[in-house]
Write a protein that binds this ligand. Sequence first.
Ligand code: ARG
Length: 394
Amino acid sequence: MSEVVLAYSGGLDTSVCIPLLKERYGFDKIVTVLVDVGQPRSDIERGNRRAKQLADEHYVIDAREEFVRDYIFPLIKANGSYEGYVLGTAIARPLIAMKTALIAKEKGIKNLAHGCTGRGNDQLRFEAIFRATDCRVIAPMRELDLAREWEIDYAREHGIEVAVTRDKPWSIDENIWSRSIEGGKLEDPYFEPPEEIYGWTQKPDASKSAQIVEIGFSQGVPVSLDGAQMSGIELIEKLNLIGGEHGVGRTDMVEDRVLGLKARENYEHPAATILLAAHKDLEHLVLSRSELRFKVMVDEAWSELAYMGLVEDPLYSDLNAFLDQSQKRVNGSVKMKLYCGNAIPVGRQSPDALYAQDMVSFDSQTLSQKDAEGFAKYHGFQARLLKIKGLKST
Ligand code: ARG
C-alpha cells in the first residue's frame, strides 16, 4: 500500500491536496497532520472536520508551548524582523514540518507532502526539513501548477465547502504570533487594504485613550504582565487582545521573498510589536554599547536564517548560543504606552541596568567634568590635523 503524510492546515490548498494525492499520485492512504501553533480554534475544528471527511487518518498536535519556547522566545532575544516585519509564518513552518516528518517516521511512511505553491517561501521552509529525511517529497500545488479558480471548482466537486469567494479571496495564515493576509486585490501594491482584512486589530482611533502595560523580562524572555507572572502563551494571547484594541501591530509592506519575487504583504501582530519594542528598549538599558553594536549583526543574521526556515543550519544554533549568553542581564520591566496604533516605551527599570543616574545627572558632582577635557581634545583629532597641515579632504 502506498501511503503519504500531508502537513495539513485545513485550508483550501491542503484540503485540495488530499483528493489530488489519491487521484493524481495514486496514493491509497493519506495521513494528515494538523499542528496547532495557536491558530484560531475554528480553523483547527474546520481542519478536523475536513480531514474526517477526506483523509484516512488524522493527527492534531498541540505544539503551542514548544512554538513559544523554542521559536518565539529566541526570536524575541534576537529582535527578529525581516525587512521591518516581525516574522510570523516563517518561524512556525519548521516546527510544523518537523512534527509532520515525525509522524511519518513513527508510522514508517516514506512520503511527505505539503500544500505550498511554487511562488512563495513556505515550500522552501518545509523542504529544508523534509529533505533532511529519507522521504520522497511531494508538492502537488507546485507540481501540478494549479490556479486558485481551478482549485475552488475541484474542491466543490469533492464536497469541500469553500469559504473563499470572489469578494473575499484572502489567503490567511495565522499562528499565535502573527496573522498574514494575502491575495485578491491586495496583490496590487497601490490598493489600500480594506478594514475587513483585519481580524486581530481595530482601526487605530485617536479619540480612544491611551493604555499602559508593563512587561517584565527575565533573561530576555517576557514573563509577566503588569506584575502578574504568566506563561508565554497567556502573555502573548493577552497582549494580542489589548494591543489589538488600540490598533497596534499592523504592517503593510512590499517584501522580498527568498526566490527574489517582491510580494505585497499585510500582517497583524499586536503582541509581537509590543514585546519586541519593549525588549529592544530594555536591552538599551542593560547591554554595553559594544554588545549592542555587535548584536545588531547577530540579530540580522538570525532573522535572515529564520525567514528562510534554515533552523537546521549550524549557524542558527551558534547564533542562539550567543543570544542566550547576551540575554543573561536582560532582566527588568518596561512600561509600554498603547495609543492609536502605536506601542511606545515610556519607562524602563532593571536590577542589571548599566545606567548610573548619579553620574549622568545634570545635578550631580560624582564625576569631575574636568576629566573629560583630555578626551575632548583628542576627539576628531585627525580631521583637525588635516586643517592644521592645510590638506584638503577631497
Ligand atoms: N510572505 C510571508 C512569509 O513568507 C507570509 C506568507 C504567508 N503564507 C501564506 N501561506 N499565507 O513569511
